[in-house]
Write a protein that binds this ligand. Structure first.
Ligand SMILES: [Zn+2]
Length: 505
């Protein structure tokens, strides 16, 4: 919709109203002046004295009106000369009516009303002079496509209305258009029968992919926001990684993000809405995590790494190689075989042959890998702001496991042993949630199956496509930068032939 054009028209019509008012005022002034003059002169001057014989300075309030430039062409149809009073030319000119067909049904006011705080749709209409009943009728008809209670401060309403005529004391509204998002218009319009009908108009939207990357200096959402990533996309990005990353503690200055997400664009190029993240990457120190969105034929959506391995959102309850491992002791109160007394057991014991591989229960950062009293050789992993897991009585740590190291779910962190206060080889596994030890068996089971077979094949195509598109985008961006660079260079060469000036651009 061409709001500017509409606005101009609206302004023109309003200006005409102003002239009309001035015109009416001028007529009144002239009449008062004439009548007063007529009455006054009755006593002191001959009755047939014409206005032209009076010096203009005697009627200072009259002169400026006659000079008013706002008056337009004389309308032959309207006679304004009061009977019995002869006006000279300048007076006539002053009283000339302008071209306004006030009572004409064809006059349409076109207004753009910007919704202000406290405005309601019906309130806006009644303020314009519409009856409450009529305003409600419009609202009801509009509701078929748009609930006008949802208008927001700052939104614009285009309202076409017919002003009140001479015999008509109320205005009437012909058409209202609202365009809450560029390219989508909701219209309510009076039809030939005088009934209101509503409809939705939708410009064809163009699908688009947007890639944004940046360096995180402190806060991830701030970095993404500053780079222009919309809030909902930032939220989804954090959701995708939330189980594996503690955004408060694991993000350090210099870490990087990259996100590629869908957008729908209006024909004017404005973003109408943002859609799914199709690729998300986090560079945390030396470690880079890349995830691709995949929707299978049943419509299940999940994020996988390049190899089709599922992003695990939950802890593995039995984080070890030997899946047949027997639970030798559950969480809670039990009789301690060494201490020979009842006491709380704050984990789960899995009996397993010594040397069985112990896995990280979820992605995270190693916070402890040391001899830890009765726990013997102990590893602790912080997964996110909520969960930490502990692994006790290890025979040995896996290579490279030390505090600060980032691990992935399923990665080997050590081997079953019987170090510390232990009667035989087993894994004592603990889950700490928000600082409190909880029953590991009550933690939601790990979800997210790795892709295989046909799904994996389909997924690999998705990955290839995303990569190809990203490469294309980068090439395009590079070419553009190159072009700009060349232009700048040529300008520099033209203005200032020193080579080093380009550095300052
Ligand atoms: Zn135990």
């Amino acid at each position: 919709m061409d709001f500017d054009k509409v606005r101009t028209q609206s302004r023109r019509i309003r200006r005409q109203r102003t002239w009309l008012f001035l015109y009416a005022f001028a007529v009144t002034c002239a009449l008062i002046v004439s009548v007063r003059n007529n009455n006054n002169v009755e006593a002191s001057t001959p009755k047939n004295l014409e206005l032209s014989e009076m010096a203009p300075e005697e009627f200072p309030e009259y002169a400026p009106v006659s000079a008013d430039e706002n008056f337009e062409a004389y309308d032959e149809d309207i006679s304004v000369e009061p009977a019995g009073i002869v006006l000279d030319d300048s007076a006539k000119e002053a009283l000339e009516p302008q071209e306004v067909a006030l009572a004409d049904e064809n006059v349409v006011n076109e207004d753009i009303v910007t919704v202000a705080k406290g405005d309601s749709f019906i309130g806006i209409l009644t303020n314009m002079g519409l009856s409450y009943t009529e305003a409600t009728n419009i609202y009801t008809a509009f509701k078929n496509v748009f609930d006008a209670r949802n208008i927001k401060v700052g939104q614009e309403l285009y309202i076409a209305s017919v002003p009140a005529g001479e015999n008509n004391d109320a205005i009437s509204v012909n058409k209202i258009v609202i365009e809450p998002v560029s390219g989508t218009r909701y219209i309510v319009e009076k039809n030939a029968d005088g009934k209101y009908e509503s409809r939705k108009e939708q410009d064809e939207l163009v699908n688009d992919l947007k890639t944004v990357s940046g360096v995180i200096n402190g806060n991830l959402s701030a970095a993404m926001g500053n780079a222009g990533v919309p809030l909902n996309v930032v939220g989804n990005f954090i959701d995708i990684f939330s189980f594996s990353v503690d955004f408060r503690r694991d993000i350090h200055a210099g870490d990087q993000f990259e996100v590629r997400y869908e957008r729908k664009l209006a024909p004017d190029g404005s973003v109408v809405k943002t859609g799914d993240i199709i690729f998300a990457a986090l560079q945390l120190g030396k470690d880079r995590y890349e995830l691709y969105r995949f929707e299978d034929k049943s419509g299940n959506v999940d994020y996988y790494d390049e190899k089709g391995l599922a992003l695990k959102k939950n802890l593995d309850r039995k984080p070890m190689e030997f899946k047949k491992a027997r639970i030798s002791s559950r969480f809670g109160r039990r009789f301690h075989p060494i201490l020979k007394q009842y006491r709380g057991h704050d984990g789960v014991d899995y009996a397993a042959p010594a040397g069985t591989k112990i896995y990280a229960s979820g992605d995270g950062v190693v916070t402890m890998a040391k001899w830890y009293g009765g726990y013997g050789k102990y590893v602790q992993i912080r997964h996110n702001s909520e969960y930490t897991t502990g692994y006790a009585h290890m025979r040995a740590f896996a290579k490279g496991i030390r505090p600060g190291v980032r691990v992935k779910q399923g990665q080997v962190i050590g081997y079953v042993g019987s170090t510390g206060r232990s009667t035989g080889p087993h894994l004592h596994f603990e889950v700490v949630r928000n600082g409190r030890k909880i029953d590991p068996l009550k933690v939601k089971a790990a979800t997210g199956e790795n892709l295989s077979g046909a799904k994996l094949a389909a997924f690999k195509k998705v990955v290839a496509k995303v990569k190809a598109e990203a490469d294309q985008e980068k090439e395009f961006a590079a070419a553009e930068t190159d072009e700009i660079g060349q232009v700048i260079e040529s300008l520099n060469l033209a203005e200032q032939p020193q080579k080093n000036t380009q550095k300052n651009i």
